[in-house]
Ligand binder design. Sequence first.
Ligand SMILES: [Zn+2]
Length: 302
Amino acid sequence: MAASGVRVVQAAPAPSLLLLAFFLLPSFARGWGTDGHLIVCKIAQTRLTEAAREVVEALLPEYAAGDLSSLCSWPDHVKFRYPWSSPLHYIDTPDHLCNYDYNRDCRDVRTGEKGVCVAGAIRNYTDQLLHHKGPPFGQGQYNLTQALLFLSHFMGDIHQPLHVGFTSDKGGNTIDVDWFEKRQVLHQVWDSSIIESAKQRFYNDSVDGLIQDVNNNITGIWADQVPRWTTCGVGGPACPDVDATESINEACNWAYRNVTNGTTLGDEYFHASLPVVYQRLAQGGVRLASVLNRILWDGDED
Ligand SMILES: [Zn+2]
């Protein structure tokens, strides 16, 4: 499929005073770090069918050179340019209930508009991508390149347990902890620090070995579970409510467990959390591939 006519994702705008002012405001990080998204998308890419891979490559801008993972953090870089997209990276659930309900939790807190959360966004961008066989690229009502990047990113985010966290602490963003010697917020520990520490300790600071180990688990110790990860009954090509429910459960069982403001998190917490992080990255990657394989194909059948 020819890549010509794909609407190319613009580079981030040049810093301006307004932009600098934005960075000076207190803001809450929401999202796996760059490595987390890269890992999810790398795992997904190796599991794409030939047909889905062709459509993905055609939708990617040329400078991505066919590598979806190189742009999987793009939605984190455009939150300022697209302020409407900020609440689409997470879900706030009621404090300490440890459950998730789409009708209750997936809405704009100010306007009450339904579907304004990461689960609603996954549904929306999945629906948009179903139009890929419609008008020639770039001429339809949707920007399918952006839809692909948002979907790929949000499939990662919804698997980060603290992206489906408690409302009052903003998914662990207002809980200060010491990650070994370093003061940071709990959300950041789960976005980046657990992965960072694993890279440093076990993989010579490279993400490739980590991806290899997660992939080995997918085809090894988790092989029996993998088919279940991608079955969700009649929910459609994506099952974000299942993913979100798992995340709030993991958040309660692992991320929030025995953690309050000022807690020091060390080896014990790291070793308990790491298998959870590996499995969530694996599930994100496997499920992203499964969704793309279901919706992106270039056959004549309809
Ligand atoms: Zn995000």
